[in-house]
Write a protein that binds this ligand. Sequence first.
Ligand code: UD1
Ligand code: MG
Length: 456
Amino acid sequence: MNGRSCLAIVLAAGEGTRMRSRTPKVLHTIGNRTLLEHVLSTAMAAGGAGIAVVLGPDHDAVAKEARRVAPQVAIFKQTERLGTAHAVLSAREALAAKPADVLVMFGDTPLIQVDTLARLRGALADGAAVAVLGFTPADPTGYGRLITDAAGLAAIREHKDASEAERAIGFCNGGLMALAGEHALAILARIGNSNANREYYLTDAVAVARDMGLNAVAIETSEDDVRGINTKAQLAEAESVLQQRLRAAAMEAGVTMVAPETVFLSSDTKFGKDVTIEPNVVFGPGVTVEDGAVIRAFSHVEGAHVGKGARVGPFARLRPGAQLGTDVHIGNFVEIKAATIEDGAKANHLAYIGDARVGAGANIGAGTITCNYDGYGKHKTDIGAGAFIGTNSSLVAPVKIGDGAYIGSGSVITKDVPAEALALGRGQQTIKEGWAKRLREARILSKNGSPAAKKP
Ligand code: UD1
Ligand code: MG
């Protein structure tokens, strides 16, 4: 970023009991990404080449997620929860390498943005030993208050320890902090625990730095940036902020959304140019939508690739492994799973296509089902280019339909069909001339008291 080395220490030893969940707090998701992944990705994007994560005991699942996101991560354990400064010191080894900048981040504060971290680092580059994020919440209760003077930031007072006058200050500590690596260990080592909670407060780094003749500053940011998550309700609020950001970014990049507030995106959703998203569309993880595609109302799309100019929905479901080529049409009540639908192919109504390939230009009639599961394993259906699958056909996999073949509607296809052939797999139609008329006449006779009606 600014050429200075940077270590990000992510504190995630929180208990998270208020989430009322078996899942550790930082493994909850917003935008289909764990809170931890949000924090780690932002740290890396802000130049944090070194990453340290501080965990509580029994946090193997959290360590695994940290390694998945940032393979270079160093994991440290804080066995006793003695405060935020104590937590940072658990990563003493990483600090000993004296990176130029140290970013202390919270695993439960996922909305922090790269630009905000860059501003914190900028303050260190300008000579501050400690830079904290300040914000003005609607209700400051519970937050540390920022006490400023002519020289900058003098101290942070935790709510519990603050006097009446200090509690009247609206400018609060967002929690995250940047420390000059050169002084970080010396500052942290001087922090004591003589406060209401008997905790080692990271926030005391400010007063300690000032005592050592060093500078501390507050950088102002928005409440959303430093929104911490302790409850499911706060998780939902953070989701809502993230969704607004994702929608705004998509529209900024040229996506047309008729009713953006009804569209749910994933952090990794990728759009080309001139894509249109109608109302009430949900994107799960792993979706790419290419130029000019239209996703119509009430569609659910995850793990899918939608090719150029393709049309999906309304009411379509694309499940993981759905690969739609250029100009493919997938219509209402069609479900596609682990299937490649090649250029120009169409499945416009009521179909299930799973574990399949549908060749270019093929037409899948309404009610077509690939019977991919036999109760034990999954099998493949291969449909050739230009094939025509008549309505209400069951294709019992494994099965291959050749290029240009024709399947008569209502067929149950259990054997491969050669290219250009017609396959019929259904009961023969029989005609009984005059049968209906004879029935009707016999019924009328019996109603009028004539001899018992005979079947025609
Ligand atoms: C902290 C700040 C407060 C600020 C607020 C913003 C301190 C002392 N106070 O308070 O000034 O206004 O954030 O939300 O920093 N953690 C550990 N080990 C510990 C204690 C905490 O890993 O021993 C982790 C938690 O998991 C969490 C983070 O540190 O991710 C912050 O701890 P938390 O208890 O939420 O601090 P706050 O009381 O919110
Ligand atoms: Mg907190």
